[in-house]
Design a protein around this ligand. Structure first.
Ligand code: ZN
Length: 143
C-alpha cells in the first residue's frame, strides 16, 4: 500500500519544481483565454499574488491544490496517517492565510474565485470551467 505521506510530499516537491505553470492552472488560463478573457498572472501588487487577475471584472482567481489548501470533503484531501498533527497544522495555516488574503482582496474591491484541482479532473473540467467563466462574467451561458 502506498504511503500517503510520501505521495503528498512528492507532489508538493513536484509542484515546487514545476513552479508557477502547474497543469491545472494552465488549463484555466487556456480556457479563459479562448473565451476572450484577458488577465495578468501572479500579480505581485495584490495580496496573495493571485494566479489570475481579471482587471476588467475586478476578479482574481486562485487555482488551489486540494491537499495543501485543505479542500473540505474532497477525496484528494486525505491527512497522512503519520505526523497527522504536523500536516494538519500546516494545512490550517495555509487555509487561514487563504481566508485572510481573500478578506484583504475584498476590502480592496476584488472578488476572489477559487477553482480546485479536483474540479479540473477530466470528468469535471468542462462544467467547472464553464461555471468559472459564468461567475467571472456574471452570465448564465451554461444553460
Ligand atoms: Zn478537491
Amino acid at each position: 500500500m502506498a504511503d500517503v505521506h510520501d505521495r503528498a510530499t512528492r507532489s508538493y516537491n513536484m509542484s515546487r519544481v514545476k513552479g508557477k505553470d502547474t497543469k491545472p492552472e494552465m488549463q484555466v488560463r487556456k480556457y479563459l483565454h479562448a473565451k476572450g478573457l484577458r488577465y495578468r498572472l501572479h500579480s505581485k501588487t495584490l495580496p496573495g499574488k493571485p494566479d489570475l487577475v481579471l482587471t476588467k471584472y475586478h476578479t482574481v482567481i486562485f487555482v488551489n491544490g486540494c491537499f495543501w489548501h485543505g479542500h473540505e470533503g474532497c477525496k484528494y484531501f486525505v491527512l497522512p496517517k503519520t505526523r497527522t498533527e504536523w500536516w494538519l497544522d500546516k494545512i490550517e495555516e495555509t487555509t487561514r492565510r487563504d481566508n485572510k488574503i481573500m478578506d484583504e482582496l475584498k476590502e480592496r474591491g476584488w472578488s476572489s474565485l477559487v477553482i480546485w484541482e479536483c474540479e479540473l479532473k477530466p470528468k469535471k473540467r468542462d462544467i467547472s470551467l464553464k461555471r468559472l467563466y459564468n461567475l467571472i462574467t456574471k452570465t448564465e451561458e451554461l444553460n
